[in-house]
Write a protein that binds this ligand. Sequence first.
Ligand SMILES: Cc1cc2nc3c(=O)[nH]c(=O)nc-3n(C[C@H](O)[C@H](O)[C@H](O)COP(=O)(O)OP(=O)(O)OC[C@H]3O[C@@H](n4cnc5c(N)ncnc54)[C@H](O)[C@@H]3O)c2cc1C
Ligand code: HEM
Length: 408
Amino acid sequence: MLSQKTIDIVKSTAPILETEGTKITTCFYKMMFEAHPELLNIFNHVNQKQGRQQTALANTVYAAAKYIDQLEVIVPVVTQISHKHRGLGIKPEHYPIVGEFLLKAIKEVLGDAATDEIINAWAEAYGVIAQAFIDVEKGMYDAAANQENGWVDFKDFTVVKKEQESNVITSFYLQPKDGSGVTTYEPGQYLTIRVKIPGEEYTLNRQYSLSCAPGHDYYRISVKKEKDFDPNGKVSNYLHDHVNEGDTVEVSAPSGIFTLNMEETAPIALISGGVGLTPMMSMLETLADTGSKREIYFIHAARNEEFHAFKDDVEEITARLENGHAYYGYEKPLNANGDHHFEGYLSKSFLENIINEETITYICGPVPFLKNAVRILTELGVKDENIRYEFFGPAMDLKAEEKETVKA
Ligand SMILES: Cc1cc2nc3c(=O)[nH]c(=O)nc-3n(C[C@H](O)[C@H](O)[C@H](O)COP(=O)(O)OP(=O)(O)OC[C@H]3O[C@@H](n4cnc5c(N)ncnc54)[C@H](O)[C@@H]3O)c2cc1C
Ligand code: HEM
């Protein structure tokens, strides 16, 4: 239990984190990696370079400080992060390291303003926040290990099939190397894959959504080759170019909170851009496998016909549904007279014919695609809690951003 004095100090200094948060977390990571380079085996170096991880951490520490006396408010955020932590194998012994360098970074950035009293209050508060994460994660580790075919941390999986889905997306079918079965999972969840690429100093971890329904004797992930960039994406290119049938990758058990709620009966729209269709494939197939009678709309935007993955599969699955409908469109179609349903970006005029205020929407795609979709759905009156989205990177609160924009 924190004393009232500690709570008051933390809450009164929390606004500093809102303004200086990213400066503090940038300094934090720099100092922590200098002292503990082994942690570079866990962290995504690109998220660091792009600053997304620093911002995500700063926002969370700020929220935790603001609600230090009612941490239940941030439980959904903690749960989402803890899923990622569990997939990556973050353990209780890591927390004191983060605590030590977070406090050092606060001191470094705030200088004399960070009095001993403030630092001590923050140290105490960090202990409470860290314990909340550790407790949630313990439950997740136990659940992952104790389920049927469950395991702890990473385990070797064999690529039993590799299949091209579009000119940039390839699926990998994975089975445990030890001959055991795969665990079940919730449609929308992701695997964490760990690879050691020859010539790379550290192991690299990446998340990939499961792209088929649970219930098969394999996991399937579908990976977009991040090419034509400088530099090209490390893991996706390695998987495409060097990981073949018979090869091994390390996998940790499925995690994630972007999942299909099977209890609901309202119309549902699965909206995706590019490779963001992977969790939607799992959700769509699950709805079909369970004989759902809901109105189901699968809406997909691709760059053009050559980038369009799973076209035939989606048609086959929607045909199995009593009320399934599939729509797709291309930013720049190769065939202007083709059978696509929209051209250019996904627009309000297209969606308003499909979506109403009761529709439950799941969205996944690149950040600009997500922002556009969230804005349109908000304008169409879809309830906040029915706009559910997944990021293929550190999470952000787009609905809050949307509200800020409307206010401004
Ligand atoms: C929950 C979740 C689910 C996901 N599901 C999928 C999925 O189903 N399918 C899928 O394909 N992906 C998915 N992803 C994304 C995936 O985890 C990887 O991020 C993606 O494959 C890119 O990894 P990479 O190693 O190839 O690229 P990285 O090496 O991580 O590079 C990513 C991008 O950053 C750029 N970059 C690299 N270095 C720098 C630098 N120094 N400065 C600026 N930019 C740089 C690269 O050019 C590249 O475009 C998911 C991510 C999350 C979080
Ligand atoms: C209370 C302490 C902590 C907080 C508030 C916190 C917060 C966060 C946040 C906000 C994210 C981003 C989640 C997302 O991707 O959406 C994240 C991811 C992550 N965290 Fe933590 N974290 C804490 C402790 C730790 C510890 C102790 C470690 C291990 C040393 C750790 C390692 C990671 C890693 C590796 C990621 C993935 C980031 C990436 O993609 O590189 N975290 N954490």
